[in-house]
Design a protein around this ligand. Structure first.
Ligand SMILES: [Zn+2]
Length: 301
């Protein structure tokens, strides 16, 4: 479990060294004028601005502090993106699209009408205004930040996640509708084998400190399901309590970290005997399939 200071003070970004985290946080917040505490996560050279959209979607503006160049993940509401650009005084260079569903890619065309020269990245021809089709392992530069594309088909057949790192910051991963806090996306165009590969062979190989920014605010319901599967998981219990408290105050539960997900996300714990017993399977692909099936029909009490 991550240290308790993160649980009780979640605005502070998760860094491996709590003292460095606090110093960076203080520098980030007090070094600037108009900061919204709960929507801006700082590290030394990357700033991530959370932009809530539609009913429960998140768009993310990734700002390279050195050059003031930025990328936007899934800009479904272009007006909000334009306003955030003005607030932050940045130049938007890239759109990183996770997948073609309208609540993620539906704003691409309008945004491109308003801003010319945008590089619109994605892994699926069905994505509006796509002009840079990317594949697994492709690298993109946003200012001085390095973005690695990770192909994670299953929710859709062209789903991409984006891993972003700078010189000295904690890395971040943008997981769209593949990995959620405490859960994963539905298997609309893929198989349990593919979701297993995405979560447990690809994403899980990145450092545990990596911050996870997902496409929807589904955390409370996901953790309730996690506890239906694993009732005695203390990490899931604590995270649910924390997440409910955040949502009661209308605050986001994003980001988590990959290390945390391994502690409470049942779809990243398919090797755990208690989960295998719950779904009456021991083959990890069968466990993944059975868990998703269970979740598809499960309703919180
Ligand atoms: Zn989707």
């Amino acid at each position: 479990m991550p240290p308790m200071w993160r649980q009780s003070c979640p605005q502070i970004p998760s860094l491996p060294n709590p003292r460095a985290a606090i110093l960076n946080f203080v520098k980030g917040v007090w070094g600037r004028g108009n900061v919204t505490l709960n929507t801006a996560i700082y590290s030394s050279d990357m700033k991530i601005k959370l932009l809530p959209a539609l009913q429960d979607n998140y768009m993310y503006m990734i700002i390279d502090e050195k050059t003031k160049h930025a990328a936007i993940v899934d800009p479904v509401e272009p007006e909000k993106v334009i306003n955030a650009m003005k607030e932050e005084n940045i130049k938007l260079t890239h759109v990183l699209t996770t997948h073609h569903h309208w609540d993620h890619a539906g704003g691409n065309e309008e945004l491109c009408k308003q801003l010319t020269d945008l590089v619109v990245c994605g892994g699926d021809e069905r994505i509006g205004a796509l002009n840079k089709k990317v594949k697994d392992g492709d690298k993109i530069k946003v200012g001085s930040l390095n973005v690695t594309c990770i192909f994670t088909p299953c929710h859709t057949s062209g789903h991409m996640c984006y891993y972003v790192e700078g010189d000295s910051n904690v890395p971040a991963i943008f997981t769209g509708d593949c990995l959620f806090v405490g859960g994963c996306g539905r298997f609309f165009e893929g198989t349990a084998q593919q979701m297993h590969e995405a979560l447990n062979e690809k994403l899980s190989k990145f450092p545990d400190v990596t911050n996870v920014y997902c496409g929807h605010e589904y955390t409370v319901k996901n953790l309730m399901f996690a506890l239906h599967v694993e009732p005695n998981n203390r990490d899931a219990q604590q995270k649910l309590e924390w997440a409910k408290n955040r949502r009661d105050r209308n605050l986001p539960t994003i980001p988590s970290t990959l290390g945390e997900e391994k502690l409470f996300n049942p779809f990243m714990r398919t090797n755990q005997p208690v989960i295998q017993q719950h779904v009456h399977a021991s083959n990890i692909i069968e466990v993944m399939a059975a868990l998703r099936k269970d979740k598809d029909s499960w309703k919180p009490k």
